[in-house]
Ligand binder design. Structure first.
Ligand code: G3H
Length: 258
């Protein structure tokens, strides 16, 4: 039994304006309040424009909900139109910054090299990166999911020291399971999450590897979360669509009750 605290993080993607965000977080807070969820860390990852509203609510009502951004610039300031920097996110007291989500890799051509720079930008600004990795359908069909995903882990962590690496969150998200309703089997999730922990042990030693939280993401719902969370190397979930429904998200947070 690991002593890693599970992290359930809701990635809202490009959904919910700031008014909807306020209503959603209030609903979440209300639903979470009737029972302690100390043993599970809960986070939301809203669009950038919602972050200030979410911060105000979380701080004002002392909610036990963390929040973070869906992306971060590799640069801390300067002429980078449209980018949002680590210092800006830190000022909003974000806890997390997602790096290398497959939708950014796919639609914005984000490379492992850029992801590595973003991981370093997050650490430089005291934000915890959630580094997303995972294979597409063609890679899965060819049986190369482990090698493909470990190469992304290597690339994202290049020159990241052990004292930072031990605090990172890695999200294994097989691209073919994202938003498709095609959930990977618990064994599929464990195969790759276990291999990721193995690679972390090779890179940094077992003690560091044992501290890193590895999430699974891809069509996680209340009905499948318990089986996925029962896997020894799965320490939480990165939830897309189901996180937009507060009641469903809370059921996922309470996976032990499912
Ligand atoms: O970041 C979340 C993942 O892309 C999973 O999304 P999904 O739960 O809608 O499949």
């Amino acid at each position: 039994m690991s002593d890693r605290t599970p992290l359930m993080a809701g990635n809202w993607k490009m959904n919910l304006n700031h008014l909807e965000a306020i209503a959603h977080v209030q609903k979440l807070a209300f639903a979470l309040a009737d029972k302690d969820h100390e043993a599970v860390e809960v986070a939301v990852l809203p669009p950038f424009v919602d972050l200030r509203s979410v911060q105000t609510l979380v701080e004002g009502d002392k909610l036990k909900i963390k929040y973070g951004a869906q992306d971060i610039s590799a640069h801390d300031s300067g002429a980078y139109t449209g980018e949002i920097s680590g210092p800006m996110l830190a000022k909003l007291k974000c806890a997390y910054a997602v790096v290398g989500h497959s939708e950014r890799r796919q639609y914005h051509n984000e490379s492992d090299e850029l992801c590595n720079a973003k991981v370093k930008a997050a650490f430089r600004n005291d934000l915890t990166p959630i580094l997303c990795v995972g294979e597409g359908l063609d890679v899965r069909k060819a049986g190369n999911q482990v090698a493909h995903t470990l190469a992304q882990v290597d690339g994202g962590l290049k020159d990241v020291p052990a004292e930072q690496a031990e605090t990172i969150v890695i999200a294994y998200e097989p691209v073919w399971a994202i938003g498709t309703g095609e959930v990977a089997t618990p064994e599929d999730a464990q195969e790759v999450c276990g291999a990721i922990r193995g690679r972390l042990a090779e890179l940094y030693g077992q003690e560091v590897a044992d501290k890193v939280r590895i999430q699974y993401g891809g069509s996680v719902k209340s009905g499948n979360v318990a089986a996925i969370m029962a896997q020894p190397d799965v320490d939480g979930a990165l939830i897309g669509g189901a996180s937009l429904d507060a009641d469903e998200f809370v059921k996922i947070v309470r996976f032990r009750d499912q």
